[in-house]
Design a protein around this ligand. Structure first.
Ligand code: ADP
Ligand code: MG
Length: 618
């Protein structure tokens, strides 16, 4: 047979690529605005006709392009933003694929005017169907103006697919908001059919949000701030009483880029746990800054999804930061026992010794000397005038029972996998590697630096499994084990309906359903670690939980699912554990993000200090 493979002509390839990049006018708006920001513009103007269907124009006062670059910019894979594959891991710009302009030019009429600061004159280009139809020298201000006309003129099916102007405009406004919110230090304006829709002067984050969402927003915002080595978190969450029925005002920005993250959204929902009315969603405007090397934004052509290297830490920090803010601003009870205190210690302060209080002592002090009264008064004043924080620090180093046990407690909390062992007494560890004992087939007891640790085996295992399943479900990374014969079970129609709703999540957790209709469920695959006999136990527990909890969102359903599986599968009280099983459990527990509580907030372990033991012997 003769060869059949052909290379696609460029304009066809561009049209195909355009399908990925440009879904609707809003996609063009996003790409053009991001290019303007990358070009270091300070002022960005968006002009629309018919919600972008007839015209989308973005005018910026950025760096502009040379005549050659102007032509090149419409070539596919033409980008000034990366030169080598390594640059991909160091991205500080929005674009990097070099696809946007080429794609847009493949499906619209494009006019470009651009001039660099030091040039006398600029360049004007007209491009139609990927080909340059005219290039001229023009007088134009510094910066770039890109006009995109008659979007999808050559793909009638796509053009007909566009929604009403109202809907398309809504999408454009969403993109405009996202870009504008990520860059309050730039000024943005937007016009549709000649009238000004938005005018956002340079400002700060709070002001930008208020300018977009209206002045009433101001009083609703609670600031969030947390600086750690992994991530810097800033921004605002809405007070719980203003939570909305729809998930409207929920924004995450990572390194000044709007992203969608159901996983991080869950962290916020968890921070608001118990503060919201059923069926309402908190507003949030949160800005995360991370080292570009620790994220991958290359997983989606429109770049709204992102992969973090250390998703779980970010989840925990985010949740803790939001909880902390709600507490600080008296929105949640301040004494929040669920809170992971250790997460609130910024990383750079962790493990650093506390400052030794600097107390000056007057060694010449003589109570019988004339002026000593004055001196004493002077000293008293000095103490009472200590600012609160320094005043507290006077206690550092004093062996108070509470602060001591708290310290150890928080040390227990948040050590990473290999460091977790540090709570255990080093000497004991090396001398006797298996320093755990099982009590009444229920508790695992182990000596630790400060005294003794008592772990509830069932609860601890619940925590471990819960975090494992949550992770598997969220990143859809579960391992399935195929059953030899499908397992068939019968439920009521209503119950089948509930299972169907959770089907996707159950599958993400590792289940495979052959049948799920009428009154029959047939399961042909189960998550690794789940035995055949446990399947019905899990499903039943899940149905019970769903009925009791009525999860109204996908996220609480996932949470519930992980909780149910964990509860059903956790080792039971009464089960004898071998020494290495005990050790394994302890290590796994302290590798968890929140080792101290079960998924339903019950303590998983307690500690007893030597001091407390000593007291019992008095
Ligand atoms: P990318 O942004 O991924 O590099 P684009 O197709 O969006 O790809 O743009 C191609 C190139 O054109 C950019 O890398 C940049 O050099 C140049 N460019 C595009 N828009 C502008 C602008 N508004 N100002 C200056 N240069 C621009
Ligand atoms: Mg771009």
């Amino acid at each position: 047979m003769s060869d059949v493979i052909q290379l696609l002509p460029d304009h066809v390839a561009n049209q195909i690529a355009a399908g990925e990049v440009v879904q609707r006018p809003a996609s063009v708006v996003k790409e053009l605005m991001e290019n303007a920001i990358d070009a270091e513009a300070k002022t960005i103007k968006l002009i629309l006709k018919d919600a972008g269907k007839t015209l989308i124009q973005v005018i910026d006062d950025g760096n502009g392009m040379s005549p050659t670059d102007a032509r090149l910019s419409f070539e596919r894979h033409a980008t000034s933003k990366i030169r080598s594959a390594d640059d991909l891991f160091q991205l500080h710009t929005k674009g990097f694929r070099g696809e946007a302009l080429a794609s847009i030019a493949a499906i619209a009429h494009v006019e470009l005017k651009t001039k660099q600061a030091n040039d006398e004159v600029g360049t004007a280009l007209v491009i139609e169907g990927s080909a340059v139809s005219s290039q001229e020298v023009v007088v134009t201000p510094k910066g770039t103006s890109v006009s995109v006309k008659n979007l999808f003129f050559n793909i009638p099916a796509r053009r007909n697919f566009l929604k009403s102007n109202t809907v398309e405009l809504r999408h454009i406004i969403d993109e405009f908001h996202r870009v504008a919110m990520a860059h309050p230090d730039l000024s943005f304006s937007m016009y549709n059919n000649g009238s000004e829709t938005f005018n956002l002067p340079m400002s700060n984050y709070r002001q930008r949000i208020v300018n977009i969402f209206g002045s009433k927003t101001n009083e609703k915002l609670v600031p969030v701030a947390e600086e750690t080595e992994v991530v810097n978190i800033s921004g605002f969450v809405g007070k719980p009483e203003f939570a909305k029925k729809t998930r409207g005002e929920q924004y995450f920005f990572v390194n000044h880029r709007f992203i969608k993250s159901p996983y991080l959204n869950h962290a916020i929902a968890a921070a608001f746990d118990g503060l919201l009315k059923q069926g309402t969603h908190p507003s949030y405007f949160l800005y995360l800054e991370v080292d570009p090397q620790t994220i991958d934004i290359n997983i989606h052509p429109t770049k709204t999804e992102i992969k973090f290297d250390d998703e779980h830490t970010i989840y925990a920090l985010l949740r803790s930061a939001v909880k902390h803010s709600l507490g600080q601003f008296n929105i949640a009870p301040i004494l929040d026992f669920e809170q992971d205190e250790n997460l609130q210690t910024p990383y750079h302060l962790k493990n650093k010794p506390a400052n030794t209080p600097n107390i000056e002592v007057d060694r010449d002090y003589n109570p019988f000397r004339q002026d000593s009264g004055l001196k004493a008064k002077h000293q008293r004043e000095r103490f009472t005038k200590q600012p609160a924080q320094q005043w507290e620090s006077l206690y550092v180093g004093l062996e108070s029972k509470s602060s001591k046990s708290l310290d150890n407690f928080s040390e227990v909390h948040f050590e990473s996998d290999n460091e977790a062992a540090s709570i255990f007494d080093d000497s004991q560890e090396t001398q006797n590697k298996q320093a755990t004992y099982q009590l009444h087939n229920k508790y695992i007891v182990s000596p630790i630096k400060s005294g003794m640790l008592v772990i509830d085996q069932h609860r601890a295992h619940q925590r471990i499994l819960y975090e494992e399943y949550l992770k598997n479900i969220t990143i859809k990374d579960a391992v399935t084990q195929q059953l030899l014969f499908p397992l068939t079970m019968h439920y009521s129609k209503q119950e089948i309906g509930m299972i169907s709703e959770l089907r996707e999540d159950l599958e993400a957790a590792g289940f495979i359903f052959d049948t799920l209709e009428d009154e029959t469920v047939a399961v042909s695959g189960v998550p690794v670690g789940v035995s055949e006999s446990e399947v019905s136990i899990i499903l039943e527990a899940l149905l019970r939980d769903v009925e009791n909890d009525v999860p109204d969102t996908h996220f609480s359903a996932v949470d519930l699912l992980a909780k149910s599986i964990a509860k059903s599968l956790a080792i039971k009280t009464g089960q004898t554990l071998l020494k290495d099983e005990q050790e394994h459990l302890v290590n796994k527990l302290f590798a968890c993000k929140e080792p101290n509580i079960t998924p339903s907030n019950k303590p998983t372990f307690i500690t007893m200090s030597v001091d407390e033991l000593d007291k019992k012997f008095i």
